[in-house]
Design a protein around this ligand. Structure first.
Ligand SMILES: Cc1cc2nc3c(=O)[nH]c(=O)nc-3n(C[C@H](O)[C@H](O)[C@H](O)COP(=O)(O)O)c2cc1C
Length: 220
């Protein structure tokens, strides 16, 4: 069956919150979907060589060239990212850049319907830390805007700072747990967050999936 919605995750963590949220949105579309984990592919960012202008085919012979074929052929997508250093992760950014090859003359990205998932360890409103989720969501939203895509929404998932599972979260002098949650916070008091714990996110995943479905069926 022809894939109608492509789910892409920039998170390298196996079965991460990002992956599971993307997959749940895909499931709620009720359409033919495919999930791609960018960390399982080998590819580099755009070289800005303009070798793709005439052919809409990237000259870099790596996995993103084939991924661009798959992206070209779907009317809708879910793009999931996480927020190292309070910004969009590098794989997701490189993916967005590499889809540039579809743009020239053909406008191959125009009209696609998309939603984003941003997983961040920093809850909203923490003083003295950058707004990681807003920054990453804007980066994807601006890409969609510049490519003439239809942005149907963005989900923010509260995930986990790596210090929760590194083994030194309570004693490390630069522990992210204390940086985000304060000097008295511990691995135990913060705990491991899962996408499934938050019922509202489950509802929102359904809503986003249904919006994607409506967009695809309206404009297959
Ligand atoms: C190198 C690195 C830097 C990170 N920096 C931040 C950060 O600045 N702000 C933030 O909210 N999360 C940060 N994180 C945490 C990730 O956003 C987190 O791993 C992501 O939310 C995935 O969570 P999950 O494991 O629950 O899926 C960082 C993670 C890594 C690996």
């Amino acid at each position: 069956m022809k894939v109608q919605v492509l789910g892409i995750s920039g998170s390298p963590i196996p079965e991460s919150n990002t992956d599971r949220a993307v997959k749940q949105i895909l499931e709620h579309t009720g359409l033919a979907t495919e999930f791609v984990k960018l960390s399982e592919l080998q590819f580099s960012p755009c070289r800005a060589c303009l070798g793709c202008v005439r052919t809409n085919e990237c000259v870099i012979d790596d996995d993103a060239r084939e991924l661009a074929h798959r992206f070209r052929d779907v009317p809708a997508f879910v793009l999931g990212a996480f927020t190292p250093y309070s910004s969009l992760d590098a794989r997701t950014k490189a993916f967005m850049e590499r889809m540039y090859c579809l743009r020239h003359r053909a406008g191959g990205n125009q009209g696609k319907a998309g939603v984003s998932v941003i997983t961040t360890a920093c809850p909203p409103g923490v003083e003295n830390l950058p707004p990681a989720a807003e920054t990453a969501a804007s980066q994807i939203a601006f890409w969609m805007m510049e490519e003439g895509m239809e942005n149907l929404g963005s989900m923010v998932v509260l995930g986990n700072v790596p210090c929760i599972r590194c083994g030194y979260g309570d004693t490390c002098p630069v522990s992210g747990i204390k940086m985000i949650h304060g000097p008295d916070a511990t691995v135990e008091s913060v705990g491991v967050k899962t996408f499934e714990q938050d019922e509202a996110l489950g509802q929102y995943a359904r809503e986003l999936g249904e919006k994607l479905r409506a967009a695809v069926l309206r404009d297959p």
